[in-house]
Design a protein around this ligand. Sequence first.
Ligand code: FE2
Ligand code: FE2
Length: 321
Amino acid sequence: MTIAPSQSAGSEAWSDTRLLYALEEVVETEIDRHIRAAKEWMPHEYVPWSQGRDFDGVMGGEAWAPEQSKVTEIGRISLVVNLLTEDNLPSYHHEIATLFGRDGAWGTWVHRWTAEEGRHAIVMRDYLLTTRAVDPVELERLRMHHMSEGFESDNAHSMLHSVAYVAFQELATRISHRNTGRESGDPLCERMLARIATDENLHMVFYRNLLAAALQLAPDQTMQAIRDVVVGFRMPGHGMPGFERSAARIAIGGIYNLRIHHDDVLQPVLRHLKVLETQGLGPEGLKAQEELGFFMGELDSQARKFEERRDALLARRAARV
Ligand SMILES: [Fe+2]
Ligand SMILES: [Fe+2]
């Protein structure tokens, strides 16, 4: 099978199969880079086991009560959202294994990524239960509900859309974990989430580099995929019970909001890939690039309005106190 270079691909669209084949070498290189950069770490080392004790029920210990939690209220809300998001790993694995396959370099990545992601829910749950940071019964019921619903990607129809989505989503997850740690009020929680955030950053770099290669190979199609993903971006946990309410609290609490999404997630990836400066696009690619630029401007002004509303709300709250 011969792969036509991007110049001669002309108006002929790249199929997912051709893209997977053409990008396999890049995946191999990126796996090597990832393995060299990723340091082994042990989830159990991040959990203060000495703070743990039996719960009520089978063990006849003490029931959970809110005053036992050392983390802030906003920290509790965000930790639950982030853990439930990590808990849905079987669904994410299914999505990328279906799209990328389980063979060759793509398969190696799918399995390695899944193994690394598995640590995140392990360490977070161990920390939350050991320190009694959140209600364990509520957490388990939410997990059952959320995982029973499953997760269906908005981008399963196209591998370019999926690669673009995960490049932004891994960074969004990194920022969300890091800011949750910062707002949690517990240095142990912050250290644990900072460790997870380091993993998410390496995942972002992997997908971002893959997206850079796709931009070179199929610039017009990749530009359209990036536009679609940026314009329609939703966090992977959007389907969980009470997500809208939690997301509103998380936004006001400075963990994840429009300003952070624009400045710390979308802009860094777009700038790194020079998406808005890419030259030599065809009519469809050019249209997508212009729409993307327009959307980013709109998002920035929406973010400014959000900040004004939030500042006014916080000022009213402060005045009441
Ligand atoms: Fe994760
Ligand atoms: Fe990740």
